[in-house]
Design a protein around this ligand. Structure first.
Ligand code: MN
Length: 317
């Protein structure tokens, strides 16, 4: 998935963790990705990062009878990992390493961009007419961000069984259970599900900052009703979280990590530290250098937008 925003300006993302438990509520901002309506949940002007998590889009549910609601042509990434996680439907990943990743619900597609990779993501032809999912980016720490590009797929992830539900470990660890997905800094992403009329207590690492993003159903956090596709930022220092469901089952994404500590520059599909790096990566993409070719994709690749050397003034939405 790609950041298709046409803005030429970069975004300065300062790590600003709340040292103590807090509650910051940020409804997702409606935008679109090549015609597919999405909610942009991170970065926001009021909250750029949660641990190393620096980007979160939620899309669907969409129903369709023909075509591809998601069709993102080849585009480059640097300095991050992309995490594709589906609740409904199917997607197909192709990258410039020549790897293919057909994914459906419960399958993690994890791409480590490192110094540079290109990929495309599109709705599979065998898709059943529904699509619902999230796309996340993890910023790589300075010392490992030039790592070699890689793609991995995990088709069976560990689950923490809890009274009234469970949590699938997408990345990182929770309650002593660890995902096999490759990570570069301490972090957590879990898909938490609760059955109807349940109360789930999730143990948290107090050294992490956490956020909860409800995806399905009507749940409550510590008794407070929650809205779908909204970021509930919880700060650091929490030891547990109480998620309860009433007459519907619910699902929510739990994100966490040690405060990232580094200020990153985000522009288009790049996570960098300096504008010079962004300019060089942009020029390499436009000139057909560094990133390789996504040979399996039928169609034109994305062109980089123009780059403007000033930070983006974001609407406080
Ligand atoms: Mn992408």
């Amino acid at each position: 998935m790609s950041n298709l925003s046409s803005t030429a300006e970069f975004e300065l993302c300062v790590s600003e963790p709340a040292a103590k438990p807090t509650l910051q509520v940020l409804p997702g901002r409606l935008t679109d990705l090549g015609g597919l309506p999405i909610r942009r949940i991170l970065p926001r002007s009021q909250r750029r990062t949660v641990g190393p998590w620096c980007f979160l889009d939620s899309y669907g549910p969409v129903n369709f009878s023909s075509g591809k609601p998601m069709d993102v042509p080849p585009h480059p990434h640097i300095g991050l990992q992309t995490v594709s996680w589906l609740l409904e439907g199917n997607l197909l990943h192709h990258d410039s390493l020549g790897l293919e990743g057909p994914a459906g619900p419960g399958v993690l597609n994890l791409m480590t961009a490192g110094r540079g990779i290109a990929h495309a993501e599109e709705t599979s032809t065998e898709n059943g007419g529904h699509l619902r999912g999230v796309q996340l980016w993890v910023a790589l720490p300075n010392e490992t961000r030039e790592t070699a590009p890689a793609f991995e797929q995990h088709r069976s992830l560990p689950v923490v069984e809890l009274e009234g539900g469970g949590a699938t470990l997408i990345m990182g660890q929770l309650d002593g259970v660890r995902s096999p997905a490759r990570t570069f800094s301490p972090l957590l992403a879990a898909d938490v599900s609760g059955v109807a009329y349940s109360r789930l207590t999730l143990p948290l690492n107090p050294e992490y900052e956490h956020a909860l993003v409800p995806l399905v159903g009507t749940c409550r956090l510590d008794g407070q009703p929650l809205s779908i596709d909204t970021l509930y930022y919880l700060g650091c220092g929490r030891r547990e979280l109480l998620l309860s469901c009433d007459r519907d089952p619910g699902r929510a994404l739990l994100l966490g990590g040690t405060p990232f500590g580094e200020t990153i520059l985000m522009w288009w599909n790049f996570v960098a530290r300096t504008t010079e790096e962004i300019v060089a990566a942009r020029e390499d993409w436009e000139a057909g250098r560094r990133f390789g070719v996504v040979k399996a994709y039928k169609g034109q690749r994305l062109q980089a937008p123009p780059f403007a050397d000033r930070p983006v003034p974001r609407p406080r939405s």
